[in-house]
Design a protein around this ligand. Structure first.
Ligand SMILES: [Zn+2]
Length: 319
């Protein structure tokens, strides 16, 4: 294995995607529509009672993780849990709408330079849900593989490996059989009928093709994984994907973290990089590309003196 590129929200910012810390202000800061106002007041009163400034003091992943845990453990007796699911889906619908290919335009020179710099022997581990890498590879006539199959089949040698550990806006899963389905770039709309859908794809319900064989009509859910512990391990192919990521990180000669901050809330990812770092052969080099700020302690804890903080932004690095 050659090089691994780990992408966070800072990588997609040049294409107009929000940074993880500004997603909530992006959703709720727009001229308000009735559905958005309702969603905002539900989340505010349910999760952040008495905290007026929750939108600027928290982030989307924290909100999703909290809703997810509450829905899973059902700790309150007086709460309508179908309502929790409903608003969680509304929030996901708003979020995925921000990332639809109609809004995200990877036209910046740095992206084209990046894609021509990527070789088929490289792997990309992405925590982003957008389709920037996929559309650039398609545009330049190249192939990619999401490594989502359960069996470990070798990928075609010309395919760039893309491991989207938190999911993707063009991916959906069946909550009954666990099958994950990847659709074309045109099918990214959220299955919930959100208050606003930025996507122009037809709003027909996607159903699980595998369950349909046994006569069951199961609507698919968006494959967008909040960094909570239990959720990520329930789907067999996702579990497999995380193991593939560990193998790839372990075997890498160089790892480049681009616009990725290793969020504190994301314990699973910390463990993944930590474990990969311990298992790697000596001589692995780690590069941080995230602007002129000191490397987070978390990176130093994992990689020690193997860590090289380049101190520049992605577009500067591409120059
Ligand atoms: Zn199914």
């Amino acid at each position: 294995m050659n090089r691994v590129f780990v992408l966070g929200s800072g990588f997609s910012a040049l294409a107009g995607a929000p940074l993880s810390r500004s997603v909530l202000s992006k959703i709720f800061g727009r001229p308000e529509k009735p559905g958005i106002t309702e969603l905002k007041s539900y989340l505010g009163s349910f999760l952040f009672r008495g905290q007026e400034d929750w939108i600027s003091n928290t982030n989307l992943e924290e909100v999703l993780s909290r809703l997810d845990l509450i829905r899973h453990y059902r700790p309150y007796s007086n709460v309508d849990y179908s309502e929790v699911s409903f608003y969680e889906e509304q929030l996901l619908s708003e979020f995925t709408g921000l990332l639809s290919p109609g809004r995200i335009k990877p036209g910046h020179r740095a992206y084209l330079d990046f894609i021509s710099f990527i070789k088929a022997s490289d792997a990309i581990i992405s925590f982003n849900y957008d389709l920037i890498i996929e559309s650039l590879l398609t545009l330049t006539g190249r192939k990619y593989d999401y490594l989502l199959r359960e069996e470990k089949k070798e990928t075609s040698s010309e395919s760039v490996k893309i491991l989207k550990l938190h999911g993707s806006i063009n991916a959906f899963f069946c909550h009954i059989c666990g099958e994950i389905f990847i659709f074309s770039h045109g099918i990214t709309g959220h299955p919930a009928n959100g208050p606003e859908s930025a996507d122009s794809a037809p709003k027909k319900q996607l159903t699980c093709a595998r369950c349909l064989l046994s006569g069951r009509q199961v609507p698919l859910k968006h494959f967008i994984i909040a960094p909570t512990l239990f959720k990520s391990y329930t789907l067999p192919s996702l579990r497999n994907l995380w193991f593939r990521a560990l193998e790839i990180l372990t075997g890498a000669r160089e790892i480049y973290f681009i616009g990725y901050s290793l969020p504190e809330a994301d314990i699973l990812s910390y463990q993944l990089f930590d474990f990969g770092g311990r298992m790697a052969e000596p001589g692995q080099d780690i590069y941080l590309i995230d602007g002129p700020r000191p490397a987070a302690e978390r990176f130093k804890q994992i990689y020690g003196n193997r860590l090289i903080n380049l101190g520049i932004y992605f577009e500067e690095w591409m120059e």
